[in-house]
Design a protein around this ligand. Structure first.
Ligand SMILES: *Cc1c(COP(=O)(O)O)cnc(C)c1O
Length: 378
């Protein structure tokens, strides 16, 4: 019973009265979907990221799928993805009939290893998907150089990294296409939801068409042209995001800078608490601002630490099993252990601690206290 009252999840949303009012106002308006809030949210996100276009879709996964379509991924194409990520990063390639090729990660940061990306390039490679694991931007200078030299698209799966910066540049402006998720554990939420941001107008147009069945015009354009006629020019999906959700997103985005600061403060407290212990936080690179979607540590006896922390009511988690070790990937692509050795070793040691804006000092202290009691590595 005590546990249910005090359970600390690893992440959770923050919703206030402004958010409620924003959603209610839309519910009372004429447009519940494909209305004015969609473009407003898209422009707010594009402006925040410092790029021209935002395309709102129904989830981060839909955003990844749309991105793969926009860059023309199809059967026979290979796309390089990091071994450690959420399965959707690789699944989006499979949706399009392509083959995800797994690159290993760097041991200290868990970010995709540019050297291994180079080793995995073949004549069939069409794109790289970089994942800003935990909220830390990848080595974009290096990845852009590789993409440029081999004529590949660079897509950023920045579902962990809204608000992060790399050498003074916002995540969202560093790749051809950048994908965000608005799931409740992410930096801002719309319940379910996603967005692709880009500076490239031709790609943005393809994304807009794909999220609306492959139809070339939207209802506003038809109204302006005083016609009922529309043409479906390719196969698309209904990946639209509603106006209620976009209104929530607009309201949430206003609070993002303060929330990032709170996440960074919590991370700094953890960093301080683990100095001189056997608990090893992931390495943080120079020249970046970390958005801390996750706070990941490496510990010996990870499974014991996980079980004990959960028993103490601390919602620790593990992000992630190397994607190719999931049964589907083993069966469909014949993968097995040994493909990305650094990722496999790291996976045995990682554990994610609670981090979200509403987490207070007392809760951070009790996470540290419970860990301390386990005498990790002693
Ligand atoms: C959350 C997440 C996704 C998928 O987002 P959904 O909105 O849940 O579909 C994709 N990639 C990464 C790295 C994520 O963390």
């Amino acid at each position: 019973m005590k546990k249910a009252q005090t359970y600390i999840p690893y992440g959770r949303q923050s919703i206030d009265d402004d958010d409620l009012a924003a959603v209610m106002a839309v519910l009372r308006s004429d447009w519940l979907t494909t209305g004015p809030k969609v473009l407003e949210f898209e422009q707010a996100m594009a402006g925040y990221c410092g790029v021209k276009h935002g395309v709102a879709v129904s989830s981060g996964t839909a955003a990844l799928h749309s991105a793969m379509h926009a860059i023309g991924i199809g059967p026979g194409d290979e796309v390089i993805v990091p071994a450690i990520t959420f399965a959707a990063t690789a699944n989006c390639v499979v949706y399009q009939g392509g083959t995800p090729v797994f690159a290993d990660v760097e041991a200290d940061s868990m970010l995709i290893d540019p050297q291994d990306v180079l080793r995995k390039i073949t004549p069939k490679t069409r794109a790289i998907i970089a994942v800003d694991y935990a909220g830390q931007p990848c080595d974009y200078d290096h990845l852009r150089e590789i993409a440029g030299q081999h004529n590949l698209f660079l897509v950023a799966d920045a579902c962990h990294a809204l608000g992060a910066e790399y050498k003074g540049r916002r995540v969202g402006s560093l790749a051809d296409l950048t994908v965000f998720s608005f799931h409740p554990v992410k930096h801002i939420t719309t319940g379910e939801g996603g967005m692709i941001v880009s500076d490239q107008t031709d790609l943005a147009e393809r994304l807009r068409r794909f999220r609306n069945h492959g139809i070339a015009t939207d209802h506003r354009q038809r109204e302006a042209a005083r016609t009922w006629q529309y043409e479906m020019v390719e196969l698309g999906y209904n990946y639209r995001l509603t106006d209620m959700q976009c209104a929530l997103g607009i309201s949430q985005l206003k609070k993002l800078p303060a929330w990032i600061k709170q996440r960074q403060e919590i991370a700094a407290r953890y960093d301080q608490a683990f100095k001189g212990t056997h608990i090893r936080p992931l390495a943080k690179r120079e020249d970046i601002s970390h958005a801390y979607h996750l706070y990941v540590i490496k510990v010996p006896e990870r499974d014991r630490v996980f079980a004990k922390m959960r028993a103490a009511g601390i919602g620790v988690n593990v992000h992630y099993l190397p994607v190719y070790l999931h049964p589907y990937y083993r069966q469909r692509f014949g993968h097995s252990r040994g493909l990305c050795p650094v990722a496999e070793t790291a996976y045995e040691e990682i554990i994610s601690l609670p981090i979200w804006p509403g987490l207070d000092e007392g809760q951070v202290a009790s996470v540290c206290h419970e860990l301390d009691k386990l005498e990790v590595g002693a």
